[in-house]
Design a protein around this ligand. Sequence first.
Ligand code: PRP
Ligand code: URA
Ligand code: MG
Length: 210
Amino acid sequence: MRVHVADHPLVTHKLTVLRDENTPSPIFRQLVEELMTLLAYEGTRNVRVEPLEIRTPVAVTTGVRIADPKPLIVPILRAGLGMLEGMVKLVPTAEVGFLGMARNEETLEPTTYAERLPDDLSDRQCFVLDPMLATGGSLIAAINYLLDRGATDVTAVCILATPEGLEAVEKALHGREVTIVLGAVDERLNEHGFIVPGLGDAGDRLYGTV
Ligand SMILES: O=P(O)(O)OC[C@H]1O[C@H](OP(=O)(O)OP(=O)(O)O)[C@H](O)[C@@H]1O
Ligand SMILES: O=c1cc[nH]c(=O)[nH]1
Ligand SMILES: [Mg+2]
């Protein structure tokens, strides 16, 4: 498992405002989108491209374009939906699939309540979006879903993670290679399965629910 933690003052600045309990939903949503765009820059470092010859007003030159089949972006509903716009801004030709997952707040076990993905993912670069990696249960379920469909190239982008969650994901992968791009690794998981210091419940803060 490759883990990349963004080390950039703009990310830390935006994260600080995001964590603040006084930040209202509209600003929270905007910041999640902006943070995603910053993390997408790192997350798409290995996006597949193919050569493309073009003519500038001065000369013919060879550049690149994003290769077919296009990358597949998979936001995990609900909270991952807040990251989608930030990602498609950078990769507008990507296809979008969906996984709906909810964690039981007592057992902390995730259940999958919705799925809309291509059947065969064997040749797709997949980008999973979820702001929170807490126990790791939801991300493990999402990654397993994609691997079971044949995916071999999976990158997860999360805003916050815990050391415990990262360890759980690595253990569950049994050596299969996945990349995880993060805004920050927080201190720990608390007894209620929340990230400390974290930002609270990302879905509730994005969508104004309590
Ligand atoms: O690492 P875990 O312990 O599995 O926790 C992380 C999950 O919890 C949150 O979703 P939640 O279940 O609250 O659903 P929501 O996005 O609809 O609020 C979050 O967006 C992750 O999917
Ligand atoms: O801290 C946490 C943990 C799981 N899900 C969240 O939204 N926040
Ligand atoms: Mg939630």
